[in-house]
Design a protein around this ligand. Structure first.
Ligand code: CP
Ligand code: NVA
Length: 309
């Protein structure tokens, strides 16, 4: 376990429960400070961060850049055409060059191997801003949002409805560290990675279920969670997926089945009318915007952690 180690934030289960909860506590503390208007806490003064994006982004780019700069640092955005990692230049060279300029490398990439290669060759902390495999900073923000709205983690039931994708893998890896009840309701053939499901089950602390029946799955949920049916890199499958995923749309009817205590969450961007209805996104039980805001606060705490601040 990396536990209290200083380098990298790549998978939630690289850390122990105590460290994850400590990072979330820190997020709450620094969020309160920033919300109070206090701008005197500048732990990243004189620090710089490269942000490599092989894919599009709104939340990840803006929340990392804003958070790092509010805490005194300077972040540099590198879009898909800028460094063309792995094409114009090998990933291991990118890692070693950027390590000589920057204090953190944050990257959003296609292949998970790319983030592992960055981590292997970088001498500064690498933060995973989404890969085809996982999205750990998103799930840290989601955990923070659940603590704020539900007040606890243990005993909660999170039901993800849709594709068994990178978001699901990060939920599973969180469930390997912090106890809760996680259900993934997905069409047959779109289950999350079997090894990751096994890992979460083997950890033996959370109840993990894979279901093909969203109505059965959501009963008694504290959170109903949705994501796009076609992730970045799969957009050419969007039409086909719309057919296969019929019956997995989160609508008012499904939220009624979930029950009155259920919140709706979505990592965004949402395709309204596809995986979720407009009515659900706009409903009083939808907490998608506080959730999006928490990206910045969770990541601030992650950056403080990896820099040992
Ligand atoms: N949720 C999320 O990562 O959003 P972006 O793709 O806009 O960064
Ligand atoms: N599963 C989505 C998440 C976007 C934040 C994707 O990878 O495109």
């Amino acid at each position: 376990k990396v536990g209290s180690g200083l380098k990298d934030f790549i998978h939630i289960d690289d850390f122990d429960k105590e460290t994850i909860l400590k990072i979330l506590d820190r997020a709450i503390e620094v969020k309160a400070l920033l919300k109070s208007g206090d701008r005197t806490f500048r732990p990243f003064e004189g620090k710089t961060m490269s942000m490599i994006f092989a894919k599009p982004s709104m939340r990840t780019r803006v929340s990392f850049e804003t958070g790092f700069s509010l805490l005194g640092g300077h972040a540099i955005y590198l879009g898909p055409d800028d460094i063309q990692m792995g094409k114009r230049e090998e990933t291991r060279d990118v890692a070693r060059v950027l390590s000589r300029y920057n204090d953190i490398i944050m990257a959003r990439v296609f292949s998970h191997q790319d983030i592992l290669d960055l981590s292997k060759y970088a001498t500064v902390p690498v933060i995973n801003g989404l890969t085809d495999y996982n999205h750990p900073v998103q799930i840290m923000a989601d955990a923070l949002t659940m603590i704020e709205h539900i007040g606890r983690f243990e005993g909660t039931k999170v039901v993800y409805v849709g594709d068994g994708n990178n978001i699901v893998h990060s939920w599973l890896l969180l469930a390997a560290v912090v106890p809760f009840h996680f259900v993934c309701a997905c069409p047959k053939g779109f289950e999350p990675d079997a090894k990751t499901v096994e890992k979460a089950r083997k950890a033996g602390i959370s109840k993990i279920e894979i279901s093909h029946d969203p109505k059965e799955a959501v009963r008694g949920a504290d959170v109903v969670y949705s994501d796009v049916w076609a992730s970045m890199g799969q957009k050419e499958e969007a039409e086909y997926r719309r057919q296969v995923f019929k019956g997995f749309q989160v609508d008012q009817n499904l939220m009624d089945v979930a029950g009155s205590k259920a919140f709706f969450m979505h990592c965004l961007p949402a395709e309204r009318g596809v995986e979720v209805t407009d009515e659900v996104v706009e409903a009083p039980y939808s907490i998608v915007f506080p959730q999006a805001e928490n990206r910045m606060h969770a990541q601030n705490a992650i950056m403080l952690h990896v820099l040992g601040k």
